[in-house]
Design a protein around this ligand. Structure first.
Ligand code: CS2
Length: 450
């Protein structure tokens, strides 16, 4: 299979499921060719060591190390564009998976292809720098070579991630010159499936201390160590048109409708993660575990889950309360040095997916989402703090950082900051800025936080 975005999460999650499936079934013909996107760093780490790497699993009481051998090659999209495109045409490839993070899809405020993005424009002219460009150019190569069906499986934290990819790919085809775009568009509709999946495993950034632990244990230097919690979950929409690994033999769940699981995970786990990241960072907590150990923050997180998130998911029939309790226990794992700043990254891409759906659903139900509003206000206070502090853990790492700085300006009053930030349509859409009681609730929380 091809994997776009071979970062730490993929290596601790999907590659592990794939190796476990190989062990369980004895079918060890699934190799992963990773296409790294942002830099050649992962390629430089993995290639010299035969693409082997270790997963340092840090449980509360014990840690385990396993060496994973499922990755067989790594390419760098910017340097190996031709090789990447031709791999799509390889009959040995039946599956493409993605973990390119929320910002990797380069979507417009409306959720479609951002045709104003200069990199997208360049790809429409023949490039393949964007993920959607790599997919379409690769599928064109496959179509030209008379290749067979292919499944494209997103493993990113987006609701309906398979639909998101399909929509972007077909949007890209529509934006191509007519005969070319129609030809590849109809080929894709006939030969490609875009199943969705919900993925879950906490994978903190690897530290030098982690690498030292592995070096002592293995007796070799592994420059590609990834760190993870013991827990992992993968719920996959059973909609494939070509062979795939038997991931269900490794504990993955194949379901007809994955969206209830995605909503549960995004709104409960990821929403609470962001709440604890921003409110925790503002209190000087370096890690999520420290934030959860703060009784007041844990109490607020619990109210967020039980009072605001749970009512929005009642129709899905999943046990939000039990899941929420498990999530807070996972967050409390002191062995994971999961930094609040790591989770705080890319807030402009994350809030619309993990916090604002809860806000919207509660407003539509006529309720005031006190705790979800507190989480959003926490993000706003974090943006202000990054403007004022610009050091240490307060650097605004966000693709819209400049937009956000401009939206906040030099305002110091809560009402002014809220009014500035709710204007950012990529985050709040065209509607939420006009919801007076939301603005008032956010300003009330933000006043206290500032
Ligand atoms: C985290 C996620 O950094 C973040 O935004 O909320 O990476 C989270 O750790 C994973 O989704 C857990 O499955």
């Amino acid at each position: 299979m091809l994997h776009l975005g071979i970062g730490a999460f993929h290596r601790a999650h999907q590659a592990v499921f794939t190796e476990d499936a190989a062990v369980a079934t004895g079918e060890d013909h699934w190799g992963i060719c990773g296409i790294t996107q942002r830099s050649a760093a992962v390629l430089d780490q993995l290639r010299p060591q035969d693409c082997l790497y270790s997963v340092l699993e840090r449980g509360r009481a014990e840690e385990q190390i396993r060496v994973v051998g499922q990755v067989t090659e790594v390419l760098y999209a910017a340097q190996d564009a031709a090789a990447t495109t031709s791999l799509f045409a390889d009959p040995g490839i039946s599956l493409v998976t993605l973990t390119v993070t929320e910002k990797g899809y380069r979507r417009s405020a409306e959720g479609g292809l951002d045709r104003a993005d200069p990199v997208v424009v360049a790809d429409l002219a023949g490039g393949s720098a964007t993920v959607v460009g790599q997919l379409v150019r690769g599928l064109q190569a496959r179509a030209r070579a008379g290749g067979g069906p292919l499944s494209v499986l997103s493993c990113d934290n987006l609701a309906g991630n398979g639909r998101v990819v399909e929509h972007l790919v077909l949007d890209f085809c529509d934006a191509l010159p007519a005969p070319e775009g129609e030809a590849i568009g109809s080929w894709i509709e006939e030969h490609v499936a875009f199943p969705s999946s919900m993925v879950d495993r906490i994978v903190p950034a690897t530290s030098e201390a982690d690498r030292a632990v592995v070096a002592r244990a293995l007796g070799v230097e592994d420059r590609a160590v990834v760190v993870a919690e013991p827990f992992r979950q993968w719920v996959i929409e059973n909609r494939f048109v070509a062979p795939r690994p038997a991931w269900e033999q490794a504990g993955a769940e194949l379901v007809d409708d994955v969206e209830p699981y995605e909503r549960l995970k995004l709104r409960t786990l990821n929403g609470t993660h962001s709440m604890l990241a921003y409110l925790g960072a503002l209190r000087g907590h370096q890690t999520i575990a420290e934030a959860v150990a703060d009784d007041e923050l844990r109490g607020w997180a619990w109210r967020f889950i039980s009072d605001d998130v749970a009512p929005t998911l009642s129709a899905d029939g999943l046990d939000v309360i039990a899941y929420g309790e498990q999530v807070l226990e996972r967050f409390a794992n002191p062995a994971l040095q999961h930094r609040t700043t790591q989770v705080a990254m890319d807030g402009s891409q994350k809030l619309p997916l993990r916090l604002l759906p809860t806000v919207r659903a509660r407003l539509e139900a006529g309720a005031t989402p006190e705790w979800a509003d507190l989480a959003v206000a926490g993000w706003m206070a974090y943006v202000v703090r990054c403007r004022d502090r610009r050091e240490g853990s307060f650097v605004l790492d966000d693709p819209l950082a400049e937009r956000l700085r401009a939206a906040v300006g030099d305002r110091t009053d809560a009402v002014g900051v809220v009014d500035g930030l709710v204007q950012v349509e990529e985050i709040f859409g065209p509607d939420l800025r006009d919801v007076r009681r939301l603005r008032e609730s956010l300003a009330g929380h933000l006043e206290g936080l500032l």
